[in-house]
Structure formats: structure tokens, C-alpha cells
Design a protein around this ligand. Structure first.
Ligand SMILES: [Zn+2]
Length: 230
């Protein structure tokens, strides 16, 4: 576990498996994770790292968006999962598609990490979240507030951000990335995303597949070139 502040950690991404960063926030009463992980082996490694540090397992797991590498471990988590309604609907659609052998074979060819995380006989299963919300949600973890909010994003239409105001740490999933399935970046959505981030006044951004960065450095490096245009 990498520590970002007294109560905020992340479990580092791993490019060999396409495992994204998993966030972790712990209050006096409850702990909250950001994203469930790719597979049982990913979630298992994350929970083993928490146990090694003497940290409690998450009571809540917030999903940043529906993509496989962030959600396919949702059936393996401790506690309850939380996602926005759009994400829940996309998870339901994908869960039906994954039951089709031809779709799954095609997906394993186009996104090879599905094949390595789920070798033959290990079927990837997607499930909707236990709790769904629209707009914003705030959770008191016991002396520590976490804000959960939907945001426009260039990556998917179902992005959720998780902000810890007391330490200025913002978890965004893949929200700043392009959508690999649908061509170039949408400048309008990118501007809206940047405005949301700046309005929160965050200090540090933790995204899905990079090391955490200071917010302005992140926006300059990851949201170029459209982000700086009028
Ligand atoms: Zn993604």
C-alpha cells in the first residue's frame, strides 16, 4: 500500500496485468475503496496488502466506471459496492454480453488481459452495484468525509470521481483518458471535466494507470492539448 496522507492510500497499478490503481480511504468507523479491481487475483492481492499494513477491509467500494479492469472483481469484494445509475446500467448490459461465448472469445482476442486474468474455465462475471446514486453522494467514514460525484469525461459516459476534501486527494479512474473505442477526444467533455476538477480544488490526482500527480501537473500532462485551448 502506498500512503498519500494519514488516511488515504492506493494499491499501485500493475502494467503486466493491466491492474489499475485501487484507492483506499479509512475513517474511524468505516473504510472505502475506489474500484473493485480486475479479477479475484487482483482483489486478493489488494486485500493481502491491506492486511499486511493492519488496515481494515473496505466496507464500501466505489466504482469509477464500468470497464472490466475496474469492475470484474465486484463479486469478490468485502462490504457493499456503490456506482452511479449509468454505470449500473452499463454493468448489466455487459454482464449479459459476457455470457455469450462468441462475445467473450472476441473480447479475449481484442483485450488480451481478459484472457490472462481469466484463463479457460474462469468466467468473468459482471454484477451491478449494491447501491446506486445519481449526481452526488457524501459518506462519513467516521471523522472523515468522502465526496462521490458524477462528472463528464472523455473516457466513458459514466464517470464517477471520489474526493477526500481533508487531504485534497481526488481519485478519477480513467476519466481524463481518451475512449479507446471511439476515436479522438471530445473537447467539450474535456473542458467540463477540467472545470469539475478545478472547482474541487484538489491537490493530488490519482488516476487509473499512472503514478499520482499534483493536480495542475496532471492536467497539463494528461489533458493536453485540448485542455489549454479556449
Ligand atoms: Zn477505463
Amino acid at each position: 500500500m502506498q500512503k498519500l496522507s494519514d488516511n488515504v492510500y492506493y494499491y499501485r497499478f500493475n502494467e503486466d496485468h493491466d491492474w489499475p490503481n485501487l484507492g483506499y480511504v479509512c475513517g474511524d468507523k468505516h473504510a472505502l475503496a475506489i474500484d473493485a479491481g480486475f479479477s479475484s487475483s487482483h482483489a486478493g492481492s489488494f486485500y493481502a496488502a491491506l492486511r499486511d499494513e493492519g488496515l481494515r477491509l473496505p466496507d464500501f467500494t466505489v466504482i469509477t466506471h464500468w470497464h472490466w479492469d475496474h469492475t470484474l472483481a465486484m463479486g469478490k469484494i468485502n462490504g457493499v459496492s456503490i456506482a452511479n445509475r449509468k454505470t449500473c446500467s452499463l454493468l448489466r448490459q455487459e454482464s449479459i454480453r459476457l455470457k455469450d461465448d462468441r462475445y467473450l472469445s472476441k473480447l479475449k482476442r481484442s483485450y488480451v488481459y481478459i484472457a490472462t486474468e481469466f484463463p479457460d474455465g474462469d468466467i468473468p462475471e459482471m454484477i451491478p452495484a449494491d447501491i446506486s446514486f445519481t449526481g452526488e453522494l457524501s459518506i462519513d467514514l467516521g471523522g472523515l468525509e468522502v465526496q462521490i460525484l458524477q462528472a463528464e469525461s472523455t473516457h466513458t459516459d459514466d464517470s464517477t470521481l471520489v474526493y477526500v476534501p481533508s487531504s485534497g486527494i481526488l481519485f478519477i479512474g480513467d476519466a481524463a483518458y481518451a475512449n479507446s473505442l471511439s476515436g479522438p477526444l471530445d473537447g467539450k467533455k474535456q473542458k467540463s471535466f477540467i472545470k469539475t476538477v478545478r472547482d474541487l480544488d484538489s491537490r493530488i490526482i490519482v488516476d487509473g494507470h499512472q503514478m499520482p500527480m499534483e493536480t495542475e501537473d496532471y492536467l497539463a500532462s494528461t489533458c493536453e492539448p485540448i485542455g489549454n485551448a479556449d
